[in-house]
Write a protein that binds this ligand. Sequence first.
Ligand SMILES: Cc1ncc(COP(=O)(O)O)c(C=O)c1O
Length: 390
Amino acid sequence: MILSERISLMEESLTLAIAQKARELKAAGRESISFSAGEPDFDVPQVVKDAAIAAINGAFNKYTAVGGIDELKEAIAGKLKRDNGLDYSPKNIVISSGAKHSLFQLFAVLINRGDEVIIPAPAWVSYPEMTRYHGGKAVIVQTQAQNDFKMTPLELQAALTDKTKIVVIGSPSNPTGSVYSREEIAALGAVLKGSGAFVISDEIYEKLIYGVKFASTASVSDDLFSRTITVNGLSKSVAMTGWRLGYLAAANAEIAKAVVKLQSQSTTNACSIVQKAAIAALDGRADGDIEVMRQKFEKRRDLALELFNEIDGLKPIVPRGAFYLFVSHEAIEKDSMKFCLKLLEETGVATVPGVGFSREGYFRMSFAVSEAEIEKGIGKISAFARGYRR
Ligand SMILES: Cc1ncc(COP(=O)(O)O)c(C=O)c1O
């Protein structure tokens, strides 16, 4: 056998596969609209670009400390204090090349073969795959639409065993846009009390929130603070997907140290220039730009919801955060892969099948595109749904 057992346990990322198919259609000269990618279409704030240029001109070229430069760790500690009421010292913070990198390394340092990872679904594609790659068992908890697709304490209780090593909370959620309130997190925390489970709180969409209050898991109780690893980054809130910067903060310094050890033997530090630029993104200087982007996303969300209102057979969940609509097509088709492939082939509109998020009967569309594209694309989806033949 050429490939390792580990890699064959993992599936290719479905979001990337669909984006690739859409690119192929475009290359073949077909008109296409992509609602599939998970990234903002905005430019990076000028103040962040200026900081990067200053770092380049200042020849900040060398390897840095593996876990990141002190100046950035302090900026992150400051952000976590200011925005989230969290007290982390720099030694509890590890900077990596994207939140995905932070998450991958966390799974690597925490999971032993057979350990269980509780993942509320619909769930971001990578959580179950990372779990399996590291020899863990993904325990998918199917949440309910009537609970806004949030895991309830009873659902958590039913999934929790003495093998549970990690509970993943992604809020705001990709793909549903659901946001857990402080009270909801506290109720989940009460279930975990006394257990040996860690919580990985993926807060990458924290800044993209519409009319509700964001609550950071570790800030909800002392017990949750000690068992939670907070993960965040710049990709979504500051439109810096390609720059690759993410970070984690773990109350348990042993976990942070293990991640640094792994990183020292794999990728070493996150890009030195980007680390310098990230300070400008996190210390408050980019807050105005971040808010402008949030407002634009909110406007697009409202527009997309309004357009879906007119379509029979397709029902979106109202997202409270992130930049996705998770839309039920169950009334006209159960199989999400079939629905999305047909939609892409017949109309050139790319969306992502719900099955990739561990949920059939839905597709995810990103509204991180222009209002004109939203109107045109949803128009095509509407016509497609009207004429849908199984
Ligand atoms: C829920 C969630 N977590 C983490 C990430 C990874 O972000 P990054 O670009 O920082 O690796 C993504 C990106 O799609 C995401 O949707």
